[in-house]
Ligand binder design. Structure first.
Ligand SMILES: Cc1ncc(COP(=O)(O)O)c(C=O)c1O
Length: 373
């Protein structure tokens, strides 16, 4: 990554990118609530032309992923803008395990006759390679939500693709610090900035990034036409959050490793899914592809759904809440959410935050004891 004259690492980029440069300007990009601007040579209307606050977020994320970013009102808005690029009757290749919102969008579009969908196992590299040759949109999510299966993105992205097709990766779980899909050859990388980028569970935002100029302009046009623009405060907070992403991620993923190892030894836990555990189905791929194993752990209990629900209600430090990637740890039973029927019913997903790792381990162990009664 290049500042004016020096090459810097991604953690320094996160702190320094997207700042105003003019002499006398504030160090931080101002929160600029503006719909319209005085007509002249520059921007006129923010839905079409953006604002400096959104552009700071785009500059940070674009540089981090190695492309140009378009910021949206949410991760789903960014994802919908990618799906909007499809012509009628297109074929979408979609992972068998992925964020339920994307699965829902795909199913709804298929039911309306907008496209056809083929589901492929995240770990089925040969299946993805075949799909690349015929699909109009190859949609990957890795590590996947919530089973944390890691796709062999370098191999899949290098496979020959149908002419005019798009290969997009939902990079939310990895963040651009752990994985840079555009470097592997993906056309678009998407982040739900609601998660790790914002990092404090206080905003909704999304970002799509591409090296391809034509796609960049199409994504901006999709934002303009659908009005899926980021909120000003949300963009400001996402920039604020991005400044600390590297240290938050480093701390939380160290704790996640410790917690996963402890869970694996627990007699009431049947299976722990964490890409950093040698027992994980795609551990070898994860080691090769990811720079870090992330902060999300899923585990199946040797017990009932009621037992799993009781654990969620019994933790005191870990909040019983959905979402992920924030400073505070959260736990939830994912199969409780409609559209997640493929999951083991008692599977719990934890997003590890930046609390003390031993406190998290104690909280979870105590909650399991309490729930067992
Ligand atoms: C992997 C993944 N992608 C996309 C989204 C959607 O993001 P948003 O809630 O910002 O629309 C989520 C939300 O949980 C997610 O987990």
């Amino acid at each position: 990554m290049k500042k004016d004259t020096v090459t810097i690492q991604p953690d320094s980029w996160l702190v320094s990118a997207g700042r105003p440069l003019e002499m006398g300007s504030p160090l931080n990009v101002p929160l600029m609530p503006a719909s319209n601007f005085v007509i002249g040579e520059g921007r006129e209307y923010s839905r079409d032309d953006g604002t400096p606050t959104w552009e700071a977020l785009e500059a940070i994320l674009g540089g981090l992923e190695g492309g140009n970013s378009v910021a949206f009102s949410s991760g789903m808005a960014a994802i919908a803008a990618v799906f909007d690029q499809l012509a009628a009757s297109s074929l979408v290749a979609l992972p068998d395990d992925c964020y339920q919102g994307v699965a829902g969008l795909s199913i709804a579009g298929a039911e309306n006759g907008r496209w056809r969908v083929k589901r492929i196992g995240v770990e089925d590299t040969a299946g993805w390679i075949e799909a690349c040759a015929v699909a109009d949109l190859v949609w990957l999510e890795s590590p996947s939500n919530p089973l944390l299966t890691v796709a062999d993105l370098p191999t899949i992205c290098a496979a020959p693709r149908k002419s005019g097709s798009i290969l997009a990766v939902d990079n939310t779980f990895a963040t651009p610090l752990n994985q840079r899909p555009l470097d592997f050859g993906a056309d678009i990388s998407v982040q739900s900035a609601t998660k790790f980028i914002g990092g404090h569970s206080d905003l909704l935002a999304g970002v799509a990034t591409t090296k391809n100029d034509a796609l960049f302009h199409k994504l901006r046009k999709a934002r303009e036409l659908t009005g899926a623009t980021p909120g000003t405060l949300e963009a400001f907070l996402a920039v604020r959050g991005a400044r600390t992403l590297a240290i938050r991620l480093e701390r939380a993923q160290q704790s996640a490793m410790k917690l996963a190892e402890q869970l694996e030894k627990h007699p009431l836990v049947k299976c722990v899914r964490y890409p950093g555990l040698p027992s994980h189905a795609t551990y070898d791929v994860a080691k090769r592809v990811l720079n870090g194993f992330g902060t999300i752990i899923s585990f199946d209990l040797d017990g009932s759904v009621e037992f799993a629900d009781k654990i969620c209600r019994s933790t005191e430090l870990i909040s019983h809440a959905t979402s992920l990637g924030a400073v505070e740890s959260t736990i939830e039973r994912r199969a409780a959410i409609p559209g997640q029927e493929h999951l083991p019913p008692a599977l719990l997903r934890i997003s590890v935050g930046i609390e003390n790792a031993d406190d998290l381990i104690n909280d979870l162990k105590t909650a399991i004891e309490k729930a067992r009664g």
